[in-house]
Unconditional design. Structure first.
Length: 402
């Protein structure tokens, strides 16, 4: 099945055309500055058949954005699709499904309304998703669309892991609980681990990118995850602080005259690796600065790795043991020193890494980097969120076509 996977943000659309029959990426692209003023740079990128096309185009809204995508996919000179009707379904990545959605869902007018109703829980993401869905709906009204939620995989968390220790009204009325994120990636990696070890075991999955989260999975079900009510909780990230004591917020408000919203934005955008190092949110730059003697950069790296280790220890306890640990996403897949430092000293728990294999890893493929006497298996597994969205979309659409 040819599936268009769409990730629509507040002013952007990222898309991939995937043929699920052959597991083949046919084309991918990004549109930026939708509904915004043009900058000096190209805002349209499209990759297909080994070629890259770039353009600088004013895009007044999502409707127009979708028209550009359709033109690119059916452009005779590029040669991806003969007709747009070859696209059999569209899978939309949706950040927040809360408790409304416990599985990926065919998009209907009611579902669009339900996604919109969740805007207070993800104000930066949900409006872009809705605009994207409506843009495709008006241009391709007959193509079935599926919503794949980042939170679904975490809906299996027991209440003792998903709730905060605050009165029930906060959960029931104010919808405050831990929803988690990166669920599509955690689910994909969990399924890969099942294939690698041969059974549904006790897994710890470290999705370490610019955003980072870790999850504890038992027999294919998520038991706990580090992101919470929003993606701010948990690990130290590129620009997010991760776990902090809540009264820090009022302290910063008093010291800076910032509003609560501004402090939350600061915690999301100016903290983490960037805030501590003062160098960059990209771990490659921070690592380089640390090697060149920058003490704050060294501290940022140490905090980053230590927090991952702390969560691994906590999740091993929560699971009552661990059969396999996986590292994925930009940093998890590509930074051996992060993997090494996060696992260093865990031999007492039966966890050890093969340093030579870890350092001489090959990019972009599954690798077993388990240490000699390790009871738990350790893997690097490239994530594939778009492939997973395409697969779920294809499954749902083939069911309704039967
Ligand atoms: P997100 O999806 O959250 O934006 P990614 O999974 O793309 O994040 O990861 C981005 C981070 O991963 C970058 O900030 C960088 O530090 C790290 N990273 C990405 N690619 C590489 C690479 N090839 N080598 C080393 N680190 C990388």
């Amino acid at each position: 099945m040819k599936i268009l996977v769409v990730n629509a943000g507040s002013s952007s659309i990222k898309f991939q055309l995937i043929d699920t029959k052959f597991d083949k990426l046919m084309a991918k692209g990004t549109l930026y500055r939708i509904g915004e003023k043009l900058g000096p740079e190209n805002n349209v990128t499209f990759k297909a058949n080994g070629k890259i096309f770039e353009d600088r185009k004013e895009i007044v809204g999502f409707n127009e954005g979708v028209k550009i995508i359709i033109d690119l996919l059916t452009n005779k000179n590029i040669g991806v699709l003969k007709r747009i009707s070859e696209i059999e379904a569209i899978g939309h990545r949706i950040v927040q499904g809360a408790e409304t959605f416990k599985k990926s869902t065919l998009i209907t007018p009611k579902v669009i309304q339900q996604i919109e109703d969740l805007t207070p829980l993800a104000p930066l993401h949900q409006p872009g998703h809705i605009a994207g869905i409506k843009g495709f709906l008006s241009n391709l009204p007959n193509v079935p669309m599926v919503a794949v939620f980042d939170t679904v995989f975490h809906t299996t968390m027991p209440a003792y892991a998903s709730r905060y220790a605050i009165p029930e009204i906060a959960y029931k009325k104010w919808k405050i609980r831990r929803y988690g994120a990166h669920g599509t990636s955690h689910k994909y990696i969990s399924e890969q681990l099942e294939k690698l070890v041969g059974y549904k075991g006790k897994f710890i999955i470290c999705h370490i990118g610019n955003g980072a989260s870790i999850s504890a999975v038992n027999k294919g079900r998520c038991l706990d995850t580090s992101m919470g009510f929003t993606p701010l909780e948990g690990l130290v990230m590129g620009t997010r602080s991760g776990d902090i004591e809540p009264t820090i917020i009022t302290r910063v408000m008093e010291m800076t005259n910032k509003s609560a919203q501004e402090v939350i934005s600061w915690l999301n955008k100016e903290c983490g690796l960037l805030g501590v190092s003062g160098v960059s949110n990209d771990i490659r730059d921070v690592q380089k600065a640390a090697q060149d003697g920058n003490k704050n950069a060294k501290l940022a790296i140490d905090m980053f790795n230590y927090r991952i280790k702390k969560y691994i220890g906590a999740y091993a306890a929560a699971l009552g043991g661990v059969d396999a640990i996986a590292f994925t996403a930009g940093t998890g897949e590509n930074r051996p020193e992060v993997r090494e430092q996060a696992l260093r000293g865990l031999e007492f728990m039966g966890i050890s890494i093969d340093n030579a294999k870890n350092e001489n890893f090959e990019r972009g493929v599954v690798q077993d980097i388990t240490g000699k006497n390790s009871k738990a298996k350790i893997f690097i597994i490239p994530t594939d969120e778009e492939g997973m969205i395409a697969k779920e979309t294809a499954e749902i659409v083939s069911k309704i076509q039967k």
